[in-house]
Design a protein around this ligand. Structure first.
Ligand SMILES: Nc1nc(=O)c2c([nH]1)NC[C@@H]1CN(c3ccc(C(=O)N[C@@H](CCC(=O)O)C(=O)O)cc3)C=[N+]21
Length: 339
């Protein structure tokens, strides 16, 4: 219809934001080396087997690390490795003082018990923040647990994008689509920490379109291409689309293109802001992994986690671990206060 008013929708640029964060981290790493005897943060990336997608992601992570001055330690293991041998490899990394962060690329081969491997990573080196202790501390209220040492990267990236685009979470109806351990559950914890009112939808939820229709902020993470339709959405909703799905497309060289969990073109007509796929949450995930690595390195030196800028601080929650923007000097962080 030509008479329909056109909607103004901000495209949230994850690619550009992630580049800004990596630049901030690069400067932080340089100043850390100066104040701490040339220290270099080290990230070990463990890849088991030869899944093409995993190999691509691991390559992207290594490249990002090297570019900002993180020492990247590559551990590539055969798909046939035993549970015990894989645990022994992780134990070696736990003991290695050059390694501040350890990431085991998921999914692992079927014969490996994933939870047991994640548990084998030293809590102080858990770069993904997937350990039960980290996740538990995320859910605990202020003063009743330690702040987590690392925040799961994709959820942290979602919140950081909202903050950097000055989208306030306080009092908002936040709907999370998906309840996975790596996205849905932790992003729900973060949104609640930022004073959002959170509803988590999953495969047994009744009336998903109706619940989505209430959302001021929608985080879509179910891995179903273009699942969320425009007509479900409340006008003005902010959409963070975590899905990265292949969709057959004969016009593309690869034979497919990437789409999110939200029907992007339809959503553009309703939303006030949206993250695209690609170029949205994906690059932020990697930037947050770099940030966790720097924070774990800082922790090993007895320094506090990087905190947020004062400007964004006001819109934030009472829980200091949610702070996702960084200061370049710990002194500045202390002066601004982290609570
Ligand atoms: N232990 C562990 N930690 C992870 O963080 C982890 C993992 N395992 N397993 C797999 C998922 C996936 N993941 C992505 C990272 C970057 C992009 C990314 O940068 N995507 C680009 C597009 C890339 C393309 O063109 O394929 C974008 O969205 O713009 C996507 C996905 C991290 N993961």
């Amino acid at each position: 219809m030509t008479t329909e008013a056109t909607n103004k929708c901000t495209i949230i640029d994850g690619k550009k934001t992630a580049a800004t964060i990596r630049q901030e981290l690069k400067e932080e790493i340089e100043s850390l080396a100066q104040s701490h005897n040339g220290i270099v943060p080290g990230l070990a990336v463990v890849l088991v087997g030869n899944r093409v997608d995993s190999a691509t992601y691991v390559r992207m992570k290594k490249k990002a690390a090297v570019e900002i001055g993180i020492h990247s330690i590559d551990v590539t293991l055969p798909i046939t490795i035993s549970q015990q041998d894989l645990k022994a490899e992780i134990e070696k990394l736990n003991q290695d003082p050059k390694v501040h962060g350890i990431l085991v690329q998921l999914p692992l081969p079927e014969h490996i018990k994933e939870s047991e491997i994640l548990m084998a990573i030293d809590y102080t080196k858990d770069a993904d923040g997937f350990s039960a202790r980290n996740i538990g501390n995320m859910w605990l209220g202020r003063g009743t647990g330690d702040p987590p040492l690392a925040i799961p990267c994709t959820p942290a990236g979602c919140i950081d994008l909202l903050q950097r685009y000055e989208i306030d979470i306080t009092g908002k109806e936040c709907v999370v689509l998906g309840r996975s351990n790596i996205v849905g559950m932790p992003v729900a914890a973060l949104l609640q920490s930022c004073n959002g009112t959170v509803t988590v939808c999953h495969s047994r939820t009744k009336n998903i379109p109706e619940i989505i229709g209430r959302a001021d902020i929608l985080i879509a993470a179910i891995g179903k291409p273009e699942y969320v339709r425009g007509e479900w959405l409340k006008p003005g909703v902010v959409i963070v689309d975590v899905g990265i799905n292949d969709k057959p497309d004969a016009t593309k060289k690869r034979g497919y293109r990437l789409v999110g969990d939200v029907h992007y073109d339809e959503a553009l007509q309703k939303a006030s802001a949206i993250t695209p796929v690609p170029g949205g949450v994906g690059p932020m995930t990697i930037a947050m992994l770099m940030k966790n690595t720097v924070n774990l390195c800082r922790h090993s030196l007895g320094l506090p986690r990087l905190t947020l800028r004062n400007k964004i601080h006001r819109s934030l929650s009472h829980r200091d671990f949610v702070h996702t923007t960084i200061h370049t000097t710990p002194d500045a962080a202390a002066a601004n206060g982290t609570n």
